[in-house]
Design a binder for this molecule. Sequence first.
Ligand code: HEM
Length: 390
Amino acid sequence: MTRTCPAIPNQATLPLLDDRSAAWKIIHDAGDVAVSEDGTYFLIGADAVESAAKNTEVFSSEGAFALLGSPFPLVPIAVDPPEHSRYRRVLNKFFSPRSMAEHEDELRRQVDELIDGIMASGPVCDVVSALAVPFPSQVFLTLFGLPLKDRDRLIGWKNAIIELTDTHAVAESTPESLLVAGELLSYLADLIKQRRVAARGVDLLSQLLADRDEGAITDDELMGMCFIFILAGLDTVTSAVGFALSALAQDADLRNKVRSDAAVAAAFMEEILRVESPVPSVPRVTTAAVDVDGVTIPAGATCWLMMGAANRDARRFEDPHLIGERRTGHFAFGRGPHRCLGSHLALLELRLVIEQWLTRIPDFALESPPEVIWPSATHGLRRLEIRIDV
Ligand code: HEM
């Protein structure tokens, strides 16, 4: 006997901007699964999210990401198993902790340079635009062996693509954003063409081209991968860096503990990701009718697996709204076969920012309340004004 599915609270009216604990509680009060007026389902409870993320036969990514209408196959995020594991085999080796560690010294140097700019610019600084946005783009360019001077162009292209693909955004995408997104495609296509003829290096793109030469991936799939690295790997890290610095700015005791103990710092990073969940939900489409907590979700339904809600499920995490010291198993990087490919890179970036910031600027404070972006596919901060001369 199936029960009637409760309605999802209107997310646009939730206090996600200034009281996220209250907002997630309102969502949890709806139950483990809820539906909107247009028949979109939302999986809320940690158990429901976990089993859907692992049940890729019924909860398909292919159908979900097809809605974006990308001209390239969005590998690996839009591919269902078993084919998906072939791509992950190609990609995992490039994103392992060992591969990431090779970039540590250079990336630390870059963080330091950005902090130099912040320290020189005055007592108050918006660290989103001065650090959290530029650093992940520089990381992408560094991994791809590209000049850092392309950074601001990359940021412009990324913003245009996100505007085009963000199903949560309030603003309509404009013809200009389509044009700018096209520029990124020709930039990537030119790059691939150049590297095909020029001597290859040790960068990620050269290595992926070698895989292409061996027939492991096609040209179109390579384009799709580059696209996904940009879509998945920039704003997410921006968000994590912003929320981490915001929490540290508000708590001197936390700052001291994080600075002096690497284990506390590692736990803090995981907790900030859990509590703030840069990717609040991920889409799937059902391939068959399925029962979730007594509700029958029909075949062909769009479902959002709410990682942000699962991360604040009190049945999974005690005192879920607090930053704890020792927790494991958060959902911020997803679950199942599509678990984040770039998680080690993201954690490296976050660690380098926290380490260098706390070493160089041990005391700092919020100058104004952080501005949260909502609704959005990536939950992050628009501005974070920090006073560094406290
Ligand atoms: C704090 C930062 C990050 C967060 C919170 C995050 C979160 C996520 C989540 C929730 C998923 C699962 C998507 C799904 O199930 O549909 C995912 C997948 C993915 N992420 Fe991340 N991500 C982060 C950083 C990165 C970075 C730096 C990269 C750079 C390469 C990256 C690349 C990917 C890719 C390629 C996938 C698709 C994996 C697959 O389908 O097998 N992410 N990420």
